[in-house]
Design a protein around this ligand. Sequence first.
Ligand SMILES: Nc1ncnc2c1ncn2[C@@H]1O[C@H](COP(=O)(O)OP(=O)(O)OP(=O)(O)O)[C@@H](O)[C@H]1O
Ligand code: SF4
Ligand SMILES: [Mg+2]
Length: 362
Amino acid sequence: MTGPLLEVAGLVKHFPVRRGVLGLVSGHVRAVDGIDIHLNEGETLAIVGESGCGKSTVGRLVLRLIEPTAGTVRFEDVDLLALGATAMRARRQRLQVIFQDPYASLNPRMTVGAMLGEPLMLHGLAGDQGQRRVRVAELLELVGLRPDHARRYPHEFSGGQRQRLAIARALAVEPKLIVADEPVSALDVSIQAQVINLMRSLQRRFGLSYIFISHDLAVVKHIADRIAVMYLGKIVETATTDELFRSPRHPYTRALLAAVPLPDPTAVRERALLEGDIPSATAPPPGCRFHTRCRFARESCRRDEPQLVNDSQGSDTTHATACPWWQEIPPPPAPPEATGQNQDRIRLDRLQAAFVSAQEAT
Ligand SMILES: Nc1ncnc2c1ncn2[C@@H]1O[C@H](COP(=O)(O)OP(=O)(O)OP(=O)(O)O)[C@@H](O)[C@H]1O
Ligand code: SF4
Ligand SMILES: [Mg+2]
């Protein structure tokens, strides 16, 4: 392999909107509207943004569960979109997915042993029944469960354990890339940390790559090497995780940082940063899509669409921003009492709360 593990270019997905009894197409939801991403072996890229911005659609496109309107998806130097059904089925072994709700994706009538044995059989990975049993036991131990759990059914497990089962099933076929779509969003915070730690240790052990989709930057901070922030079908900022938390540039990223008021006099003004509804993805605003909610918007923002420009400074060579004005925008004021570690903590709490409240609002 010469290039990155995954290389996505100019990816577009427009869903037709149908109206009336005849089902005539009356418009398109521009769920993903021209994005580029790349991912190296052993790396985690997080995709974050408010509900409806197109995160899951990107994941489904990468897995080729849906066909794009335009763009290319190269995985292990192979153009996935050029593969026929048989070749794609074989390739899918290398690309797995974990969803938010493991219960919905686990067959309630199958024992764990049968569920984990099935992909092994389908992909010819374990010869006879005996070998399969050994491999199932191995998989269960890898995700922190016991071999005797193979006899149980999904409903006999807790939410965190069920997500471990979903991870075991993904691992069964020895994938290179796992798309994890909100994998811990339904779990309690303490269980979230356990599942994240498990994912990290499996990544180190097997050299896995993850696309980690989440509305929760606080979670993403613990697992991502790089983050792409999405808004209405576009990536508005991307950088290494450290860099994005240290110096967010795009007004949207910054607004998310400051969106939840603290009990101090500046709170009201900061709240104003993310007011207004997310515009419809059927008719996104012209120019910069964020201009209807951006307090730094100027005339040209309503007209000219900003490109995602790599304007790296310092050590991070991947920092790109889709706002030509970011250098002129003052950083949000830090609360006076917050310094060092404490500042990070407060910022993180606000981020987490910002994303949670953004989801609840929809
Ligand atoms: N099959 C579909 N047909 C029509 N519109 C769709 C379809 N799937 C998604 N959409 C629309 O595309 C947009 C992006 O949806 P997507 O599920 O990718 O967002 P998301 O960022 O994953 O949101 P969430 O955080 O709520 O999961 C939304 O406006 C959604 O309504
Ligand atoms: S381009 Fe204009 S509207 Fe868009 S984020 Fe930058 S300042 Fe705001
Ligand atoms: Mg989603």
